[in-house]
Design a protein around this ligand. Sequence first.
Ligand code: HPA
Length: 316
Amino acid sequence: MKRILALLSALLIAASFVSCNTANKSADTDKAQAEEVVTDFDADTYYTRLTECVRQIKEKTDFVPDIVLVLGSGLGDFADSVKVVAEIPYGEIKGFPVSTVSGHDGTLIFCELEGKKVAIMNGRVHYYEGYDMQDVVLPLRVLHLLGAQTVILTNAVGAINTDYHVGDFVLNIDHISSFVPSPLIGENIDELGDRFTDMSKVYDEELISATEKIAEKENIATHRGVMVQVTGPQYETPTEIRMYRSLGADTVGMSTVVEAIAAKHMGMRVCCISCITNMAAGLQETISHDEVKSSSDNSAGNFSKLITGLLKEMTV
Ligand code: HPA
C-alpha cells in the first residue's frame, strides 16, 4: 500500500512539474510575442527620427516657431501671401513623410505673421495614403520639439449638422476619434507626454472665442461643433452619416483629429478651424474631391481673415 501511495505521489509531482513547465513555456511564448508586437513600433527609434528631423531643420534655419499652422485641402494659397523666412520642402527632410494627394503641396514654411513666429505646414499626409498614424503626426511632433506650443489646425469637412452651410466655418469644441487608430498606440514616447492623456478639453476656449470675435467683426458664419474623423479615402454612405449624427458629430473629415490628439499628448494648445466644403453624404446628391477643392478655394478669403485675425489677437 505504502508503495502504491509513494508511486502515486511521484506521478503527481511529475505531472505538476510538466504542467508548470508548460505554463512557463506559454508565458515565455506570450512574452516573446508581446516583445515582437512592441518592436513593430520602437519608441527609441522613432524619437531618434524626430530629433534627427529637428537637427536637419536647425541646419537650414535658426527660426524657432511659437505656433504651428496646418493648412488643409485647398487652403495652401494662404501660404503664398506670407513673408517667408525659410522654406523647406518635406522631401528635403530625411524621415519626413511626403504627401501624395493633389492639393497638399508638402512644404514647411517659417514666417512672421501678425507679429507671431509661425511654422506653416503647407500640406499634411493622411492615414488613407497608407501611412501609420505615427507618421501622420510626425511633422507636428517635430515642430513641437523645435519650440511650438500652440497649433492651429485647419481642414475641409463635410457638414452633418443640417443647420450648417457650405462656406461656413466650424470651430471644434470636441471630437470623435473612435473610428481611426490612435496616434498614441505603441510604446509611449515619454519625452513627448504621458502614457494616458486626458482628452476632456482638447480645444482651447480662448482661441475659439478669439476666432468667433473676428468672425463676427468680419461677418463670417461660424459654429461650434464636434468633428468625427474617418479613415477615408472613400466618402461616407448616407447611413454612416446618420450613424455619426446620432453619435453627436456635426462634421466629418479624413484628417486633423489625430493631430489634435498628438498635440494634446504633448501639452500643446489646440485650435481647429474647419471649412465646410459640402454637405455630408445623403444631404446632397453626390460628393467629389473636385467640389471639395473648389469650395475651399471659394472660402480662402474668409479663411485668411480668420487666421490672420486670430494670430493678431492671440497671445503665445
Ligand atoms: N467626408 C469626409 N471628408 C471630407 C468631406 C466629407 O464629406 N468633405 C471634405 N472632407
